[in-house]
Ligand binder design. Structure first.
Ligand SMILES: Cc1cc2nc3c(=O)[nH]c(=O)nc-3n(C[C@H](O)[C@H](O)[C@H](O)COP(=O)(O)OP(=O)(O)OC[C@H]3O[C@@H](n4cnc5c(N)ncnc54)[C@H](O)[C@@H]3O)c2cc1C
Length: 454
């Protein structure tokens, strides 16, 4: 039995990243730590669009004991193998509208994506928030700033926008792309280039809408988006549609790029409702299969896709960044939330090491950074490359796809090469294991603590 006081962890933000971290901490550390989660909103909420999770992330859900509850709200035909993805070249009108004339490829081996209604997914995470006196959720608490005393292990002081204060030993920023935690971390580090830690526009906007299954079925009972993930691709634009919420809703996300604007600041609201006509105009002249889908949309929202440039670190001595706060990315690999989940799980695994104390926190956080930063930043890059392939902004050979073994010059051959290359870029989702990364993080911590004790 140790007399060491409990490590007090402040989790800022109760989105998918913050909630997964809290659930993971409880599963792996139990009441050995004290966790306060501070959420700016009135409750744990999410907007009702779709989200896809890959097998690597599903492994975490199984480990945390969430998979049964989540399987109950996933698409009924996702199954263990998940869904395969069809990719189509759609930016021209096909004479007679025959879908068979549209070049098609398929990610046959990249099954496994499990689609969810985002709000329901987050509700399952929230329902698993620990009913344990060591874990407290505080709502309507927006972090304004915090101070990390330089001397020893004096507590970190948190200040909220309502003027209230709290203390902790470790602050974890799960506060999304506009992270206050990241802002203070980079200000305090007095890096030569703190501006490089700020969000930039990817040059892409996303149109999002949810369509009731019955509405699309009425228009075309054979529409492929009723049963699987479909990627409609064309010059500077693509769109994905897939069934979710046990097949009752079809989620559509239309991505429109202005590549020359990448890296600039987006002018205007990052999220807003727009007239349906704007969506229809964006894809005017595309294949009839797509127009059918778009015509079914009612409420359409527009999201500016902003990203975080590759940060030189995700941690300070007693500060860590998780999820979009660390690596907000484009959605072309459907992995932003998945990477937030991986961050939370690996960080909790390290904090569960019995040697993780106030004194050893810098080693814990360095091990987290050493494993999670290169991995998640690689996914940021893969996502960007995938988007450029779908938008015909990069040829397969420019993207390093010469070796995929598809010959020929037709549009169908080009699409097959793109499809094969996109598939290669996604192999990590089901051919690598998060548990291997967790083990490497634990080994890095062990090595650092062993050196220190000798
Ligand atoms: C069009 C689109 C499609 C996507 N599709 C997918 C997909 O299929 N699969 C996938 O894995 N990812 C997808 N993503 C990415 C995913 O949505 C994000 O990466 C993910 O939600 C990030 O989670 P997070 O918890 O890090 O941040 P957030 O979801 O932004 O949560 C941050 C939380 O912190 C709170 N907060 C903010 N500031 C403060 C503060 N100062 N104090 C207290 N609380 C604060 C907020 O209220 C919020 O609850 C998609 C994104 C987009 C735009």
């Amino acid at each position: 039995m140790t007399n060491e006081p409990k490590l007090r962890i402040a989790v800022i933000g109760g989105g998918i990243g913050g909630l997964t971290l809290a659930v993971s901490l409880h599963k792996l550390c139990g009441s050995r730590v004290e966790v306060d989660i501070y959420e700016a909103a009135q409750t744990f909420t999410e907007i009702g669009a779709g989200i896809g999770l890959w097998p690597r992330v599903w492994e975490i859900m199984e480990t945390l004991g969430l998979s049964a509850d989540l399987a109950a709200i996933s698409s009924s035909d996702a199954g263990d193998a998940g869904q395969s993805i069809e990719i189509r070249k759609s930016d021209y009108t096909v004479d007679g509208g025959s879908p068979s004339e549209v070049p098609r490829g398929a990610y046959s081996q990249i099954g496994g994506v499990r689609p969810f209604h985002r709000a329901r997914f987050q509700a399952v995470l929230a329902a698993h928030f620990p009913a344990d006196p060591s874990y407290t959720a505080h709502f309507h608490k927006r972090l304004a700033s915090y101070t990390v005393p330089s001397a020893g292990s004096a507590p970190i002081e948190l200040t909220f926008t309502d003027g209230s204060q709290a203390v902790c030993d470790l602050v974890v920023g799960c506060d999304g792309i506009k992270s206050v935690v990241r802002g203070v971390l980079y200000r305090d580090r007095t890096l030569a280039y703190p501006a490089d830690s700020e969000p930039v526009w990817s040059g892409t906007v996303a149109y999002r809408s949810l369509i009731p299954r019955a509405v699309l079925e009425k228009v075309n009972p054979e529409h492929p988006c009723l049963s699987q993930v479909v990627l409609f691709c064309g010059q500077n634009k693509h769109m994905t549609g897939f069934p979710m919420a046990q097949g009752t809703l079809i989620n559509i996300v239309g991505l429109v790029s202005q590549p020359e604007r990448e890296g600039t600041k987006y002018d205007g609201a990052w999220v807003k409702e727009v007239p349906k006509l704007e969506l229809l105009d964006a894809y005017a002249g595309w294949e009839p299969m797509m127009t059918q889908l778009l015509n079914c949309a009612e409420k359409v929202t527009l999201w500016a896709i902003n990203t975080i440039p590759h940060l030189p670190t995700y941690v300070g001595e007693r500060v860590a960044l998780v999820g979009d706060a660390a690596h907000a990315m484009t959605p072309h690999q459907a992995s932003g939330a998945g990477q937030a989940i991986e961050d939370g799980f690996v960080l909790a695994s390290l904090l569960a090491d019995p040697r993780a104390t106030r004194e050893t926190l810098p080693h814990v956080l360095q091990a987290y950074d050493a494993i999670r930063r290169p991995f998640s930043q690689d996914i940021v890059q893969r996502s960007r490359t995938s988007g450029m392939l779908y938008d015909f902004l990069l040829s397969p050979s420019e993207a390093g796809g010469d070796a995929v073994g598809v010959a020929g010059d037709s549009a169908a051959d080009d699409l097959a090469r793109r499809s094969a290359l996109a598939q290669q870029l996604m192999l990590w989702t089901n051919q690598t294991s998060i548990m291997g990364d967790r083990d490497r993080a634990l080994q890095a911590l062990d090595a650092a603590l062993t050196v220190e004790s000798t």
